[in-house]
Design a protein around this ligand. Structure first.
Ligand SMILES: [Zn+2]
Length: 154
């Protein structure tokens, strides 16, 4: 698994990441893993968004905008590594879909509907990118090259 993936990576290295499937998710400070305290757009509570999974305000339970500093690995609760537990990834995907799928927001405000669509699109991108070894490797090369060269556990 690891060696065939690594070989695939060497091949794609030569094509200069043409047609890279992941969207530009990360802002410039994303790699540091830090994020500023966010304020709820609905009730104005500061910092209440940070606890929990960061999707909903703790005070008013309104869905919050996606955190632009969050990468796909963090979103999907995976280690930043080429080795990803696909079963856990799928479980996390379904877990998050149950939280943020637009169908659950049909009775909510336009803002929350719009936010749930954004979250859902992001989640689909993250899942697709991390699920396939090739796109996962490209994502690592692009955003976390240092994490590619960790010695795989035997
Ligand atoms: Zn709130």
């Amino acid at each position: 698994m690891w060696s065939s993936g690594a070989r695939a990576l060497l091949c794609v290295w030569k094509v200069r990441f043409a047609g890279f499937p992941g969207r530009s998710l990360l802002s410039t400070n994303a790699a540091s893993g830090k994020s500023k305290a966010r304020q709820c757009w609905n009730c104005g509570s500061a910092g209440s968004v940070e606890s929990g999974d960061g999707f909903f305000c703790e005070h008013c339970r309104a869905l919050q905008p996606p955190d632009p500093t969050r990468d796909y690995f963090s979103l999907m609760n995976c280690h930043r590594s080429f080795k990803v537990d696909i079963v856990k990834l799928k479980h996390r995907y379904h877990q998050l879909q149950c939280l943020i799928h637009p169908d659950f927001f049909s009775q909510k405000s336009q803002t929350e509907k719009h936010l749930s669509e954004k979250h859902s699109a992001l989640l689909n991108d993250a899942y697709k990118t991390l699920q396939a070894p090739l796109s996962r490797g490209l994502y690592l090369v692009r955003y976390f090259p240092a994490h590619l060269y960790v010695t795989p556990s035997v």
